[in-house]
Ligand binder design. Structure first.
Ligand code: GDG
Length: 732
């Protein structure tokens, strides 16, 4: 039976040693809970670092045995690997860059990168010990960015999902990393790439298409002939656990103690791992400002601040710890009274029951990270508010803010705004609290951790199916052979060939894409067969097609069907068309040329084309959208059609259409074999206009009305050659 393999840097377990015996205690993290429904089932397994350094082989096998009983499989790391792969590269390069702290905290050391690669390989080796064809592998987070491609190399068909738990930064940040291409190539080994928010997806797509030679169409990337889907899956929590904990005896007792200790004050809660991305210092500053500007709150409010020790071997974290200690100390020193301390600061972790009691008791939860992939603390607070009261103040830089829109949303850099929000929260009427909290609780409950796991796994399955259906549509193997067999048996064929992007590769300059010797030879082979009627159907000007193909035995259709020319005759154009509209549109296009360096206008008889292939990447697309919007109403008034193509926007008479031109030819004769090749938007009209029996082939693997696809002009040429050779073989 195929299995699922979960892979993350850390295993969801804590290992301690007492009296020479290793003790395992399962971790309570949200991810562990969510994935528990998977890795504990059947023969599934979770692979990761067990969290302690183990040196002797004897101890390693003892731990491995114990872990096996709870479906876990260890990757043992040496002290050096932990310090270079985990602390060095993951936490001193990836973490700061991905959280927009590149200039302050990132340090790029070659040996850290070398170890990052080696440890990713080590994880891969462990996976390969258990993975079989048909298995599904779900890899987690920034420590393992290279792993998807490493596994893919050995197991090309296996299903791989990847989820990034931290933000994906803008290209301007990401491209600072010396090893940026390798990291992206590593990620592209996956079939499905998941991020918390749509912003992360956007950043990833724009980064990967700028840095690597890959293309994307909406959220699908095509790389090495594989379609990779990129999507947002906002992670949730185990809402039922947080909703039911406050009903347990242990939590009730702690709640009573907290209520007694803070009975005359408003309790503001703050919980984070120690990290500069969490905005802990700025939060303290906002709280200090509040006491300074509003002394009436002295003795009336408390900040209960838990900072959980984290990454204590990384120097920046040691420094931050020091600064937080000092700040909390100085606020207390300035404002404390005999029976009141403003900040209750704890630098340690607490059992979940204490956390639950705090969530349940706090009037306000203050979550103000500078950047956060999602932030689960905010969701845990919401899930714990079983009476639908309480106020959440949430940073707009946390992924959670995209869904918890009923929180008070703040900019974490705006200390004044945080300070005002605390006052707004304290004063908020109960009815408004309930209104906001009810909405947020519905959201947290619907998009919980089980939902997150379910939709990710379902989508991964769908992506695999999409890839398989693309494979069967690719003109190769038996699919290609059956088309060849049909071709060989038929005697009256029509072959529609688009030119740019279909017979020749796309060139930066339109004049450069002239036919080469090999193409002329291929066309001669095709036209030599008396059973073939070859039609070249292009958007190019008729003068241009005459120059290149005028003396060939080819039926030419130019400007998308406006002009046509039977072999050895002169050109005709469709009658009754007017080009008077050009004088209105041309000046408008000129303003876009003036505003977009690198763009230019091409004029054809019944169309105007705005080309932007040489404009700055992104700017051209932006202007093309703007232009299309601008022209929308004018175009329909004047009976024009807008054709967005590959780095062009063409405006032409509505009556002119490649599909109509192709259908006219097909209707004239009783062809027993109809085939059409095309690569862009305009060719879709041909695919749709041809009868069902026609073989339609799209070049490139985007979504199309065509029945089959070939990847590039090289494949088209090879296939056309195969067609011609099939009849040669038969003739012999
Ligand atoms: C990364 C991303 C993303 C905290 N103190 C104690 C304790 N916690 C638990 C909380 C919460 C978890 O730790 C912290 O999760 P966050 O999401 O807030 O932050 P990160 O650790 O930075 O997590 C983040 C997350 O991955 C998931 O994708 O949301 O953006 O940075 O669950 O409850 N737990 C216990 N005692 C404590 O003192 N038991």
């Amino acid at each position: 039976m195929p299995k699922t393999i979960i892979v993350s840097n850390r295993l969801p377990v804590k290992i301690t040693q007492a009296d020479g015996e290793y003790q395992l205690s399962p971790s309570e993290g949200g991810l562990a809970t969510g994935l528990g429904s998977i890795y504990k089932q059947h023969n599934n397994v979770w692979i990761g670092w067990p969290g302690i350094e183990v040196n002797s082989d004897e101890d390693k096998s003892a731990i491995t045995e114990k872990l096996k009983e709870i479906s876990l499989m260890p990757v043992f790391l040496s002290q050096q690997e932990i310090s270079e792969y985990y602390e060095g590269f993951s936490n001193e390069v990836l973490w700061p860059v991905f959280h927009y702290y590149a200039s302050t905290y990132a340090s790029y050391k070659q040996s850290n990168w070398d170890h990052y690669r080696e440890v990713n390989q080590k994880f891969c080796d462990e996976i390969l010990k258990v993975a079989k064809a048909g298995d599904t592998i779900w890899i987690h987070d920034y420590q393992l960015l290279l792993l998807p491609a490493l596994v893919r190399e050995v197991m090309p068909d296996v299903s791989i999902g990847f989820f990034l738990h931290i933000p994906f930064p803008s290209n301007e940040m990401f491209r600072l990393i010396p090893w940026r291409s390798e990291l992206l190539e590593g990620m592209l080994g996956a079939d499905l790439l998941g991020f918390h928010t749509f912003d992360d997806v956007r950043h990833f797509l724009s980064t990967v298409t700028r840095i690597l030679p890959v293309t994307s169409s909406s959220n699908i990337i095509t790389a090495n002939d594989r379609s990779i889907v990129v999507e947002s899956f906002p992670m949730g929590i185990d809402d039922k656990k947080y909703g039911s904990l406050p009903l347990t005896q242990e939590v009730i007792e702690q709640v009573n103690q907290i209520k007694e200790a803070f009975k005359d004050t408003k309790l503001i809660l703050s919980i984070d791992r120690l990290d500069y991305s969490k905005g802990i210092l700025q939060r303290l500053e906002a709280f200090e400002l509040l006491l300074k500007l509003h002394p009436e709150y002295i003795g009336k409010i408390n900040l209960y601040m838990i900072v959980v020790p984290s990454r204590e071997n990384v120097p920046q974290y040691v420094h931050l710890h020091d600064q937080i200690d000092k700040k909390a100390g100085s606020i207390n020193a300035l404002y404390r009274t005999m029976d009141w301390s403003p900040v209750h600061y704890y630098y340690r972790s607490f059992p979940i029951e204490m956390l639950s009691a705090l969530y349940y008791s706090a009037d306000v939860c203050l979550v103000t990270p500078m950047r956060d992939g999602m932030n689960l603390v905010s969701k845990e607070y919401v899930a714990s508010r079983v009476n639908n009261d309480g106020v959440l103040i949430l940073s707009e830089m946390a992924g959670a803010s995209k869904k918890l829109i009923d929180a008070i949303i703040v900019n974490p850099n705006n200390i004044g705004e945080i300070c005002r929000s605390i006052i707004q929260a304290i004063k908020m009427p109960l009815a408004e609290q309930r209104e906001r909290m009810t909405q947020m609780r519905q959201n947290v409950s619907k998009f919980n951790i089980a939902h997150w796991v379910k939709i990710f796994m379902e989508r991964l399955k769908e992506v695999k199916q999409l890839q398989r259906s693309m494979q069967t549509r690719h003109v190769s193997g038996t699919t290609g052979q059956s088309i060849i067999n049909r071709y060989a048996k038929t005697k009256n064929r029509i072959i529609f060939l688009d030119y740019d992007g279909t017979l020749v590769d796309f060139k930066p300059n339109i004049a450069q894409a002239e036919p080469d010797k090999q193409l002329y030879e291929l066309l001669s082979l095709l036209t030599e067969d008396p059973a073939n009627h070859v039609v070249l159907i292009s958007g190019r000007k008729h003068e241009n097609l005459s120059e290149w193909f005028g003396n060939k035995n080819i039926y030419l259709i130019a400007e998308h069907g406006a002009w046509f020319r039977q072999q050895n005759t002169s050109w005709h154009k469709i009658s009754g068309l007017s080009d008077a509209w050009k004088q209105d549109i041309y000046p408008l296009l000129e303003t876009y040329v003036d505003r977009t360096p690198g763009s230019f206008i091409e004029e054809k008889t019944y169309s105007l084309v705005w080309h932007y292939r040489k404009a700055q990447k992104g700017l051209g697309e932006l202007r093309a959208n703007e232009l299309a919007n601008n022209l929308k109403y004018l175009a329909s008034d004047k009976g024009l059609q807008l054709l967005p193509g590959d780095k062009v926007l063409e405006i032409k008479n509505m009556e002119v259409n490649k599909g109509k031109a192709a259908a006219l030819l097909v209707d004239k004769n009783d062809y027993d074999f109809i085939i059409a090749f095309g690569d862009d938007y305009t060719d879709e009209d041909i695919f749709k206009a041809l009868p069902d029996s026609a073989i339609t082939i799209k070049v490139g693997s985007n979504i199309s009305a065509a029945k089959f696809y070939l990847r590039n002009p090289g494949e088209v040429r090879r296939f056309l050659l195969d067609l011609t050779e099939s009849t040669v073989v038969q003739d012999k």
